[in-house]
Design a binder for this molecule. Structure first.
Ligand code: ZN
Length: 132
């Protein structure tokens, strides 16, 4: 999958797209791995609730504020995404979801999200479906 978000940070629900890949695969029982291919983006599972998404964003900004960019040693390389690397670490790299009867076996409120922390450029997510 590829993404190019319009904003620096974004939280995109990708559950239905992943569900479609599982259907297309025909796999009845197995595992589905979904991982961000970039060190400033995450894939994670949680609730798709607007207040929670806003809470994540404010919490991450409190832990690793984007500005001042000069606060990050990493930014001495000429980049301005020191905060995005730290946010990615907290939100994780990948998720693995069980496939049962050709469906993602998610809990009642579980949704799969792509978390972007240094957007406005092309990024990729890998989806690997294993099973029979
Ligand atoms: Zn960087």
């Amino acid at each position: 999958m590829s993404f190019q978000t319009k904003t620096r940070r974004a939280y995109v629900n990708i559950t239905s797209q992943i569900e479609n890949y599982v259907k297309e695969s025909g796999v009845q029982e197995g595992l589905c791995l979904v991982n961000a291919m970039h060190i400033t983006a995450s894939v994670y599972i949680n609730d798709d609730e607007s207040g929670l998404l806003s809470d994540y964003d404010r919490w991450l900004e409190k832990l690793a504020p984007h500005e001042p960019v000069s606060d990050y040693e990493h930014n001495r390389t000429g980049e301005d995404n020191g905060d995005a690397h730290l946010k990615r670490q907290i939100m994780g790299r990948e998720v693995v979801v069980a496939i049962t009867k050709n469906c993602l076996d998610l809990g009642p409120w579980e949704q799969i999200f792509y978390g972007e922390f240094d957007g406005r450029r092309k990024k990729r997510v890998l989806v690997k479906i294993l099973g029979e």
